[in-house]
Design a protein around this ligand. Structure first.
Ligand code: CTP
Ligand code: MG
Length: 221
């Protein structure tokens, strides 16, 4: 079973507010991107890696891969205007005979080998896709114009993370259509009729959005 990782790093990092794109902001000595890239490179499950980066950052990305001796990196492609478009561009690099595509946000640096194994396992049991998720523990409210209009029943509600694993042909079909409104890959696969399951996520797989998140991740390293 060949597994290709798509590492999406083409966002601007608007909410982080740094001059450079989020994936290239420093985390310790290296750009943020280096951490998830090294972890995918070191994974025994991953055969090849495609990285989507902002326009102009393709060459620095290849140099970073060389610096890390990340020999699984086959391409650094120019991402699109949305995450979904960046995934589509990276997916175009995946050969037809590849069995599994694993899509990961560069903004979640601390992925683990255990989690990669967890999201891949259900694909052998007939699932089209697998996402890591954490059950919501806080009480959830729907608010309109500042007033609470509803306390939502949180039974069965999960906060979903990446890496998300899919049978590659299923993911390809899901990305052949309209991408509008999709905030993760699973949403498109679900909309295309695919069967997607949830495995236990990891609290430390925090998505770096703000400076405080970046500091928290740095403290965990
Ligand atoms: N992403 C991408 N292409 C885009 C937008 C996002 O590849 N056009 C990637 C980001 O690089 C990130 C992941 O999708 O790894 C999740 O996106 P997010 O955390 O929202 O990152 P940004 O869009 O960069 O941040 P912001 O929304 O604050 O601008
Ligand atoms: Mg964004």
């Amino acid at each position: 079973m060949s597994v290709w990782a798509l590492l999406v790093a083409a966002g601007t990092g608007e909410r982080l507010g740094e001059e450079r794109p989020k994936a290239f902001v420093r985390l310790g000595e290296l750009p943020l991107l280096a951490e998830p890239l090294r972890r995918l490179e070191d994974s025994g499950w991953i055969d090849a890696i495609v990285i989507a980066v902002p326009a102009g950052w393709e060459e620095p990305t290849i140099l970073l891969a060389e610096e890390l001796s990340a020999t699984k990196v086959v391409a650094a492609v120019t991402g699109g205007a949305t995450r979904a478009e960046s995934v589509r561009t990276a997916l175009a690099e995946v050969p037809e005979d590849v069995v599994v595509a694993l899509v990961h946000d560069a903004a979640r640096p601390l992925l683990t080998e255990d989690l990669i194994e967890r999201v891949l396992a259900p694909l052998s049991d007939g699932w089209d896709g697998v996402v890591p998720g954490l059950p919501l523990t806080d009480t959830v409210k729907r608010v309109r114009d500042g007033a609470i209009v509803e306390t939502v029943d949180r039974t069965g509600l999960y906060a979903v993370q990446t890496p998300q694993a899919f049978l590659a042909p299923v993911l390809r079909r899901a990305y052949a259509g309209d991408l509008a409104g999709a905030t993760d890959c699973a949403a498109l696969v679900e909309a295309a009729g695919g069967r997607v399951t949830v495995v236990e996520g990891e609290p430390r797989l925090l998505k770096v959005t703000t400076t405080a998140d970046l500091e928290l991740v740095a403290s965990w390293l």
